[in-house]
Design a binder for this molecule. Structure first.
Ligand code: GLA
Length: 364
């Protein structure tokens, strides 16, 4: 059928800058060559139909005037996007939308941002709404915060929209609107690959704990008289009285420094340093920010034991994926060591695969 449009939308990994996007700090994600495919066509009425290939899920239908609370479960991301487009004053008709996911489930590779950004971009193009990519990112973010109920930052949306082959995307989250700058990646020329270890773990506290971390950071910033915790000075960890606030702030300060260090290491091709920065980030997320979990920690340890230059959890935490910077000739050893460590704990084997930096959402 000629009137069907097909969009390819990438997932993302965050290289460094974890839990900084809602704290006004810099973040450095990259879009990856694992994607979601969205097929859309216009309808003559005001109904939106969405189908997905997720096991056990069926079709969802709702009107373009859908409101928060009307649609739940996986389809709330689609309904939320339609609602959020309306909230921004856009007028459009119904559509049939088919989603095929090439992202492993519970992988923390931003299938939700791929879905919301992809649907917003598809509707924008279908009805010639003329929305820019940054506004699409903000509309998608509101779909999650205002409809799904997850108070996420803006990193994932900008990563899946502005991704570029062979580049990471440095995001200034404090600029209004946030800005993106491509940063060239050169590790493949140096015989290294970026490995994703998708643990498949998803701890049920993930959503509540994400909101709790965000709240703690906002309260710590308020106590310091700051709008953004990333702007705190080194004295902040002394001036704060609450030990939890101190630890969260320590992560935000050291992680901000690690982003700068990682950009410098990338520019210089200083791969061992980049690896060390990854590992230090993991330790900070585990000990100070407390968003790791045993599956992530074991994957990081196993990767390092088998010769990775560095490894860290990526994304929100409490499950999802680890990234590891690995010499090409150590990839098999890392995979074997991770599998063996998981088997010893009777955990399901993770999915381990190489990713390359890829382009953002595109119509094909
Ligand atoms: C999730 C959120 C992002 C970001 C990360 C943590 O992926 O969607 O906005 O806060 O967690 O860095």
């Amino acid at each position: 059928m000629t009137d069907v449009r097909q969009w390819i939308v990438p997932g993302r990994v965050n290289l460094i800058g974890e839990h900084l996007d809602y704290n006004g700090g810099p973040v450095l994600p990259m879009a990856i060559d694992r994607t979601l495919t969205i097929k859309v066509r216009r309808r003559d009425d005001d109904t939106v139909n969405v189908w997905t290939d997720r096991p056990g899920s069926s079709k969802s239908s709702f009107p373009v005037t859908v409101q928060p609370g009307d649609v739940g479960d996986w389809a709330s991301y689609a309904a939320g996007t339609v609602w959020s487009l309306g909230q921004s004053g856009h007028t459009f008709g119904g559509a049939d939308i088919v989603i095929e996911s090439g992202l492993p489930s519970n992988s923390g590779l931003s299938s939700s941002a791929a879905l919301t950004c992809g649907i917003a971009a598809a509707i924008d193009e279908l009805f010639a709404l003329g929305i820019g990519r940054t506004d699409i990112a903000l509309i998608a973010q509101r779909a999650e915060s205002g409809y799904v109920g997850a108070p996420v930052g803006i990193m994932d949306q900008l990563a899946v929209l502005y991704g570029e082959a062979d580049h990471a995307i440095l995001i200034d989250t404090q600029a209004a609107p946030p800005t993106t700058t491509p940063v060239p990646l050169g590790w493949e020329d140096a015989g290294l690959v970026l490995l994703v270890i998708a643990t498949g773990a998803h701890h049920s506290l993930a959503d509540g704990e994400y909101a709790a971390r965000r709240d703690e950071c906002e309260r710590a910033a308020a106590e310091l008289g700051l709008d953004h915790l990333a702007d705190a000075g080194l004295d902040a960890t002394v001036n704060l009285t609450d030990e939890v606030f101190k630890a969260r702030t320590r992560h935000v300060l050291t992680e901000t420094a690690r982003v700068r260090g990682a950009v410098s290491a990338l520019n210089r091709g200083a791969w061992p340093q980049l690896g060390q920065i990854f590992t230090a980030s993991h330790e900070s997320l585990r000990d100070d920010f407390e968003v790791s979990c045993p599956e992530l920690d074991v994957a990081v340890e196993a990767a390092l034991e088998a010769g990775a230059l560095g490894a860290r959890m990526t994304g929100g935490g409490f499950g999802g994926s680890v990234i590891a910077l690995v010499p090409l000739d150590k990839v098999a050893a890392v995979r074997e060591r991770v599998d063996a460590r998981y088997e010893a704990r009777s955990w399901k084997a993770p999915e381990t695969f190489v990713v390359h930096a890829a382009g953002g959402a595109r119509l094909v």
